[in-house]
Design a protein around this ligand. Structure first.
Ligand code: UDX
Ligand code: UDX
Ligand code: ADP
Length: 471
C-alpha cells in the first residue's frame, strides 16, 4: 500500500547510521535508503573499498547492497525531500566534555540534532516521519517536534519517533540482526506502525516494543546506566576480595548463576570505558539534578565514582608493590610495559579508555611507559594520552611498540589494561628473560594464568584476587 515505507533517509553516516542502514537495506529489498552526512570525506569512505567503520560482517553487507538499495551521498536536502522516513543518527557529545572520566552531570550537546530538525523542516514539502536514532536526552524528541512545527512549510506534518540504538562496538552487525528488543517511542500510532513494519522484516514482533516518547528515551539512558552499574558493582566487590582473600571470578560466578541476576556484564575490570556509558550516565545525572532529584543524581554519580576508584586502587597497588624502595620516589626509573590501550578488547576505539587514566597516573608517578595494543595506532595512543595527561604530566617518556615482546623488553613491570585474549598466549618464560628482575605483573583485566606466572618467578597481582606479598 502507499502507506508502506519505501524510501528512507538517514542523516549521519557514522558508527550508528552506517551499520544500521546497511542491515535495513539487506533485510528490506523494497526500501531504498540514502545515508547522508555533512562530511564529504565520510561519504567518500563509505563509497570506497575501505569503509570508515570496521565491524565484523559490515564490509560484505555494505558492498552487497551499495548502489542497489543503499546509497551514500552528501546531497542531504535531496535525500530528505525524497524520503518518507528520516533517521537522525548524528553524534551528541556531552556539553561539558571531560577528556577522560567525567564526574558531574552533563547535558548532551544537541546542536547537531537541532541542525537536522531545522533542515528537515525547511526542506520537506510532504509529511515525514522523523526518527531520533542518536541517544538524546529525555525530552529531546519533544523539542525536535516543536522545532519541526515551528519551521515547517505550510501544510506539512511531522511525526517524531524515538527509536534508540543498542548496538555494541565489535558486534554491531550481529546486534542489529538479532536485537534483544526494538523500542519505538511516540504518540502517533500510525507512524509507530510504519516503522514497526520496517523492523518486522527480520525482528520477531514480540521483540518490538511501542511505548510513549519519554519511556523510550529514558529506557535507553537507563539501560546503559544499569549496564555500567553492574560493572561498578562487581568492581566494588573486587576491592573486598583483595582484602579478605576471596576470588572475584568465583564470586561473580556465584552471583551470576542466580537467574534473577544473570551472568552477563559481571566481568571485573579496570572499569568501563567507551563512547556511551560515561555520556549517558552524565546525561542521567543532569536530568535528575534538573528535576530536583539530588538523591537520584548521587546514586548514579557513585557508579562513575566507583569506576575512578578502581583505577586509583590499581595504581596504588603498583606503587605499593613495585616502587624501588631505595628512597627514589614512586616509579622514577621504572619502565612499565602497558599491554592494551583500547577501551575493550576487539576494538581500536580509545574513547574514555581506562587504560589512558592508568597510563597518566603511572606517568605522574615518574614511570617510563612502553605501550602495545593490537588495534590502536601509535598516533591515537599518543593523542589520547596527551589529552588525558593535561598539563601536569608529559607523554615524552611514552614509547608505542609494535608487539607485546618489544613493549616487555627492558621493563620492570607489566600491566594488562585491555582484555585482549592474545595476551594469554604470550610466551611468558621468554618475557621474563626480557625483563629486569624482580619482574612484576599487574593484571587489570584478569586475563592471565596467574599461578603459572608465579611458578615462572613473576610477582603477580590481579584485580579481585588475594594480594600475595611480593618477595
Ligand atoms: C530474598 C532473596 O530473594 C533470597 O534469595 C534470599 O535467600 C532471602 O532474601 P525474600 O526476602 O523472601 O528473599 O524476598 P524477595 O522475593 O527477594 O523480595 C525482597 C524484597 O524486594 C521484597 O520486599 C520485594 O517486594 C522487593 N522487590 C523484589 C521489589 O521491590 N522489586 C522487585 O523487582 C523484586
Ligand atoms: C555499550 C552498550 O553495551 C550498548 O548497548 C550501547 O548501545 C553502547 O554502549 P559499547 O560501549 O560498545 O556498548 O561497549 P560494551 O561492550 O557495553 O562495554 C562497555 C565497557 O564496559 C567496556 O569498557 C568493557 O570493557 C566494560 N565491561 C563490560 C566490563 O568491564 N565488564 C563487563 O562485564 C562488561
Ligand atoms: P555515532 O556513534 O553517534 O554514529 P559518529 O561520530 O560516528 O557518531 O557519526 C556521526 C556522524 O554525523 C558524523 O559522520 C558527522 O559528520 C555527522 N553529522 C554531525 N552533525 C551533522 C549534521 N548537522 N548534518 C549532517 N551530518 C552530521
Amino acid at each position: 500500500s502507499a502507506d508502506r515505507i519505501t524510501n528512507i533517509c538517514c542523516i549521519g553516516a557514522g558508527y550508528v547510521g552506517g551499520p544500521t542502514c546497511a542491515v535495513i537495506a539487506a533485510k528490506c529489498p523494497e526500501i531504498r535508503i540514502t545515508v547522508v552526512d555533512r562530511d564529504p570525506a565520510r561519504i567518500s569512505a563509505w563509497n570506497s573499498d575501505t569503509l570508515p567503520v570496521y565491524e565484523p560482517g559490515l564490509d560484505a553487507l555494505v558492498k552487497r547492497q551499495r548502489n542497489i538499495n543503499l546509497v551514500f551521498s552528501t546531497d542531504i536536502d535531496r535525500a530528505i525531500d525524497e524520503a518518507q522516513l528520516i533517521f537522525i543518527a548524528v553524534n551528541t557529545p556531552p556539553m561539558h566534555h571531560h577528556t577522560h572520566v567525567s564526574s558531574l552531570g552533563a547535558k548532551p550537546d544537541l546542536s547537531a540534532v537541532s541542525d537536522c530538525a531545522r533542515r528537515i523542516a525547511r526542506v520537506s514539502l510532504t509529511d515525514k516521519i522523523v526518527v531520533a536514532k542518536s541517544t538524546v536526552p529525555c525530552g529531546a524528541c519533544a523539542t525536535i517536534a516543536q522545532m519541526l512545527r515551528d519551521n515547517a512549510q505550510s501544510g506539512v506534518r511531522f511525526s517524531v519517533l524515538s527509536n534508540p540504538e543498542f548496538l555494541s562496538e565489535g558486534t554491531a552487525v550481529r546486534d542489529l540482526l538479532h536485537p534483544d528488543r526494538i523500542l519505538i517511542g511516540g504518540d502517533d500510532m500510525v507512524a509507530q506502525d510504519r516503522l514497526k513494519a520496517v523492523y518486522m522484516h527480520w525482528v520477531p514482533e514480540p521483540n518490538i516494543l511501542t511505548m510513549n516518547m519519554w519511556s523510550s528515551e529514558l529506557a535507553k539512558l537507563a539501560s546503559n546506566a544499569m549496564l555500567a552499574q553492574r560493572v561498578s558493582s562487581i568492581n566494588s566487590i573486587s576491592a573486598i576480595c583483595e582484602a579478605v582473600g576471596a576470588n572475584i571470578s568465583e564470586v561473580a560466578a556465584g552471583c551470576g548463576s542466580d537467574s534473577r541476576i544473570g551472568s552477563k556484564f559481571l566481568r571485573p575490570s579496570l572499569g568501563f570505558g567507551g563512547s556511551c556509558f560515561h555520556k549517558d550516565i552524565a546525561s542521567l545525572i543532569w536530568l535528575s539534578e534538573s528535576l530536583g532529584l539530588p538523591e537520584v543524581a548521587e546514586y548514579w554519580h557513585q557508579v562513575l565514582a566507583l569506576n575512578r576508584f578502581q583505577i586509583r586502587r590499581f595504581v596504588a597497588r603498583i606503587l605499593a608493590d613495585a616502587s624501588r624502595g631505595d628512597g627514589s620516589s614512586g616509579l622514577q626509573g621504572r619502565r612499565v610495559a602497558c599491554l592494551g590501550f583500547a577501551f575493550k578488547e576487539g576494538t581500536g576505539d580509545t574513547r574514555n579508555t581506562p587504560a589512558a587514566d592508568v597510563c597518566c597516573e603511572l606517568l605522574r608517578n615518574g614511570a617510563t611507559l612502553s605501550v602495545y595494543d593490537p588495534k590502536v595506532s601509535r598516533h591515537h595512543i599518543v593523542d589520547r594520552l596527551a589529552a588525558a595527561a593535561g598539563t601536569d604530566c608529559s607523554v615524552d617518556s611514552v614509547t608505542v611498540c609494535a608487539d607485546a615482546y618489544s613493549a616487555i623488553a627492558g621493563s620492570d613491570i607489566v600491566v594488562v589494561l585491555t582484555a585482549w585474549s592474545e595476551f594469554r598466549v604470550i610466551d611468558w618464560e621468554q618475557a621474563l628473560k626480557l625483563m629486569a628482575k624482580p619482574a612484576y605483573v599487574f593484571d587489570g583485566q584478569i586475563v592471565l594464568d596467574h599461578d603459572r606466572l608465579r611458578q615462572l618467578g613473576f610477582n603477580v597481582f590481579s584485580i579481585g584476587h588475594t594480594h600475595v606479598t611480593a618477595q
